[in-house]
Design a binder for this molecule. Structure first.
Ligand SMILES: CSC[C@@H](O)[C@@H](O)C(=O)COP(=O)(O)O
Ligand SMILES: [Zn+2]
Length: 219
């Protein structure tokens, strides 16, 4: 019996270490791409046993250590009182609560997401006819148009989460917070990273197209 308990707890410990490693590597990857400047961005993983690991608030996400990742419950409270999880933890928790098969959530602040969302007056960015659209769930052709909703930025994260919640079911490629950044998720970290990379590639393409447009160049 005792041996059984020890092996369950060491398996749980191993799963936690795997989640932490995934978060640290994702932070490094996002930093290499310029998506987590200063202390921007946050990253989480939901383990198979339901535990949620999220980045601590305020650290640089490109230089995370195991101490920079902490456990929270599904309402966003840290398991260790006094621990300070990401200020945007509620946005992660609402995705886990809404989508039972989500295993990882990523948030970054790219230049393309920031600039494009500040420029438009629309409530979404529309991505059409790109081959890379196929990276998103349920997309099998370039011949489509995917809306990425844009929400007004808000330092009141509970209020922001309420706005986001109304549209979660319609989101195929995550969402954008205006002048701030993107939220993307997936069933596991590799898929979430692929979707983030796909979305950021498409936003960078849109930014390049904008720069090439005659009106941008004052022609
Ligand atoms: C550089 S300020 C960025 C923060 O305000 C926030 O938007 C962010 O993404 C990181 O917050 P954090 O609390 O570290 O998860
Ligand atoms: Zn942010």
């Amino acid at each position: 019996m005792t041996e059984q308990l020890i092996s369950v707890s060491s398996a749980q410990d191993g799963a936690w270490k795997t989640a932490v490693t995934q978060i640290i590597r994702a932070g490094e990857r996002m930093d290499q791409r310029g998506w987590v400047p200063a202390t921007a961005g946050n990253i989480s993983v939901r383990l198979a046993d339901g535990r949620i690991a999220v980045t601590r608030s305020g650290g640089h996400k490109g230089f995370l250590t195991p101490e920079g990742v902490i456990e929270i419950d599904l309402t966003g409270n840290p398991l260790l009182p006094g621990d300070r999880p990401s200020a945007e933890t509620l946005l992660h928790c609402q995705i886990y609560a809404h989508f039972p098969h989500t295993g990882a959530v990523l948030h970054g602040h790219s230049i393309a997401a920031t600039v494009l969302s500040m420029r438009t007056k629309e409530r979404a960015l529309y991505l059409a006819d790109y081959e890379v659209l196929k990276v998103f769930e349920g997309q099998s052709t370039h011949a489509t148009r995917v809306a990425v909703p844009i929400f007004s930025n808000d330092q009141d994260i509970a209020r922001l989460a309420r706005s986001v919640s109304l549209f979660l079911d319609e989101m195929k490629a995550g969402y954008i917070i205006q002048g701030h950044g993107v939220y993307v998720w997936g069933p596991d970290m590799d898929t979430a990273l692929a979707r983030l990379e796909g979305l950021e590639f498409l936003l960078a393409c849109e930014l390049e197209r904008l720069k090439l447009s005659p009106s941008f160049q004052g022609m």
